[in-house]
Design a protein around this ligand. Structure first.
Ligand code: HEM
Ligand SMILES: *[C@@H]1O[C@H](CO)[C@@H](O)[C@H](O)[C@H]1NC(C)=O
Length: 339
């Protein structure tokens, strides 16, 4: 083969990999299935698990990020890794919104993706990386192992301006929260269980100062207030100092039902956390989860499964990104829109 032929051969096999649609032998789109990569990349799920473990050893907070990513990606239209895309010259991406405040560790998602690319180039989607890293992070944090389907493909766009229509704010009413999650098939106990994620990680003072200044929110447990004031000493937090309060002072690194005892004790940091324990629709489930970790885990697993299956791109839709922060370069049809 001469140099030119070799070049075209390389180009052809390269695009054959990255454009290979996810179809079954009969040419049909199987949708999401268990172990989607069993033929195309049998070690995929193990590679992700291994990377999540290695990263967790080095930076414990990566696990918080993988769990939160699952909500912020799948909760906005669909699980398509649109959360991971950088802004382009024309469009501000989801990461850049106020709702995404505090999201971190994006560069380590690329570490996971790079490990997959080394073994199976162009095969495993970033959308599946988001979901499976979230699943494995839950285990790192002491939560349940949740078997989840795969076969998601990556979206090509990410738009900051749609995020607020999907993700509730820190001070949203329970009615809106139930409505937003209800729209993707998650019922009241499912919502209560998902918010149990606030059993780990942190909340920055910018999201809390309105509960402390000019007056302390009278519903806050007075025993918790001095700690919050110490962590957030200024009514306008210094943007350069990273000031935050841990979501669960008791067991900050463990995904457990301590969250429910905290919020029943009026130690919930966010207004939504507080209201979850005080709204008559959600309070019975909060009490039940505070009593039974098994019940919390059962509902949590069910709700994470529904969230992870929200409206995916499968079959020939979307693409398999090479790098999770940028859509692949396209030739010819630049103007094509995602549905
Ligand atoms: C009503 C729904 C929700 C609201 C309003 C909300 C809001 C927030 C806010 C404001 C923070 C603090 C961010 C910061 O200051 O750095 C946070 C943290 C967090 N959220 Fe949520 N959240 C919601 C639901 C969820 C769900 C469903 C999950 C997971 C399935 C989740 C997982 C997390 C995690 C793990 C953190 C800690 C992140 C870290 O420490 O890096 N949240 N959330
Ligand atoms: C919620 O907080 C934001 C600031 O983060 C504020 O702009 C908004 O008005 C608040 N909404 C409600 C319903 O209190």
């Amino acid at each position: 083969m001469d140099a030119k032929a070799l070049f075209f051969y390389a180009l052809l096999s390269f695009s054959a990999v990255s454009l290979r649609p996810a179809l079954a032998n009969n040419g049909e789109d199987p949708g999401l299935v268990m172990n989607f990569y069993k033929e195309s990349c049998p070690q995929a799920e193990d590679i992700i698990k291994e990377q999540v473990k290695l990263l967790y050893k080095r930076h414990k907070n990566t696990a918080f990020s993988w769990l939160r990513n699952l909500f912020h990606d799948c909760g906005v239209q669909r699980c398509d890794a649109s959360l991971l895309l950088d802004s382009t010259r024309r469009t501000l991406s989801e990461k850049e919104t106020d709702r995404s405040f505090g999201l971190r560790n994006f560069r380590y998602i690329e570490t996971i993706k790079e490990a997959l690319e080394r073994e199976c180039p162009g095969v495993v989607s970033c959308a599946d990386v988001v979901v499976l890293s979230g699943r494995d992070a839950i285990v790192s944090l002491g939560g349940p192992y949740i078997p989840l389907k795969t076969g998601r493909r990556d979206g090509r766009r990410s738009r900051a301006d749609v995020v607020e229509q999907y993700l509730p704010d820190h001070n949203e009413s329970i009615s809106i929260v139930l409505e937003r999650f209800g729209a993707i098939g998650i019922d009241t106990p499912g919502v209560v269980a998902l918010l149990g994620s606030h059993s780990v990680g942190r909340t920055h003072c910018v999201k809390l100062v309105h509960r402390l200044y000019p007056e302390v929110d009278p519903v806050l447990n007075p025993d918790h207030v001095p700690h919050m004031l110490k962590k957030c000493p200024d009514s306008i937090p210094d943007p350069k100092a990273v000031q935050y309060v841990r979501n669960d002072r008791g067991t900050p690194m463990i995904l457990d039902n301590n969250y429910y005892r905290n919020i029943l004790d009026n130690k919930g940091l966010l207004i939504v956390d507080h209201q979850l324990a005080n709204d008559k629709r959600t309070k019975p489930y909060v009490k039940k989860m505070a009593k039974s970790q098994d019940y919390f885990f059962k509902e949590f697993s069910r709700a994470i499964t529904i969230l992870s299956e929200n409206n995916p791109l499968t079959g020939t839709k979307g693409e398999i990104r090479k790098q999770c922060n940028v859509a692949n370069k396209r030739h010819g049809h630049e103007e094509e829109e995602e549905p």
